[in-house]
Ligand binder design. Structure first.
Ligand SMILES: [Zn+2]
Ligand SMILES: [Zn+2]
Length: 235
């Protein structure tokens, strides 16, 4: 058995979630990217200059780990979406369990990826993260959210088009949902919030009373004033 495990590690080595290089066994990042990952937590909001902990851009406090604007954040999300990484889901599941330590949820839900993208990339990365959070926290994984129709890829659309496109994109199966009234909703990136809001709407329609939205990364709306101030400093 020990030999088989070593063989498996030789054939499928553990890889860094950011750069894809081979890492130490079970390590989510290589030694160069650990520093980059840690620095994401103190990075400033490109819109208001505050950290992720204090930023209220886009209306009120949002639950997320880091801003999507940092190059390491973009790389990390791209790797999560495009290449199955055996340590990524487990790592972020543990991080989210720590983020919500002491909070009570009846279920954890997620917007399911399109069948086309699951076939293309070989996984539903957000489902894997939600599943891993479920294991770490004991909160049951809920598969109630479903796409109502094959929609155009959200990322190809403008903000207004996204909002329009996402309305009615999801439905929540009441039977799969059961009596859950406090649901944690997880996704990878929040841009306009249209996907999360569409999922929350579907869950609310199915009887969920309290929905907490969490994303790994957030793209806040750009405020012209802050940008202008930064430009003056540079000159
Ligand atoms: Zn790396
Ligand atoms: Zn901000």
């Amino acid at each position: 058995m020990k030999f088989l495990r070593s063989l498996e590690r030789l054939v499928y080595p553990d890889r860094c979630i950011i750069c894809g290089d081979v890492t130490l066994e079970k390590a989510p990042f290589c030694k160069d990217c650990i520093k980059e990952f840690v620095s994401l937590f103190s990075a400033e909001c490109p819109s208001c200059g505050k950290t992720a902990h204090d930023c209220t851009c886009g209306g009120g406090k949002k639950d997320f780990l880091f801003f999507y604007s940092a190059p390491a954040a973009k790389k990390l999300i791209r790797t999560l979406k495009h290449s199955p990484n055996k340590n990524a889901a487990g790592f972020f599941g543990d991080v989210i369990a720590e983020f919500y330590k002491g909070r009570k949820f009846d279920a954890v839900a997620f917007p399911p990826r399109t069948e086309h993208n699951i076939r293309k990339y070989g996984l539903d990365h957000v489902k894997a993260i939600a599943g891993s959070y479920s294991k770490a926290s004991g909160v049951p994984l809920c598969l109630a959210l479903e796409r109502t129709h094959r929609a155009a890829e959200q990322k190809l659309l403008s903000a207004t088009q996204r909002r329009r496109n996402a309305l009615g994109l999801y439905t929540a199966d009441k039977e799969k949902l059961g009596p859950a009234s406090r649901v944690l909703l997880i996704d990878d990136v929040r841009t306009t919030g249209s996907t999360m809001n569409a999922c929350a709407l579907a869950l609310r329609k199915a009887g969920v009373k309290q929905i907490t939205q969490f994303t790994l990364a957030y793209t806040p709306p750009v405020k012209k004033k802050y940008k202008a101030k930064k430009d003056i400093k540079k000159v």
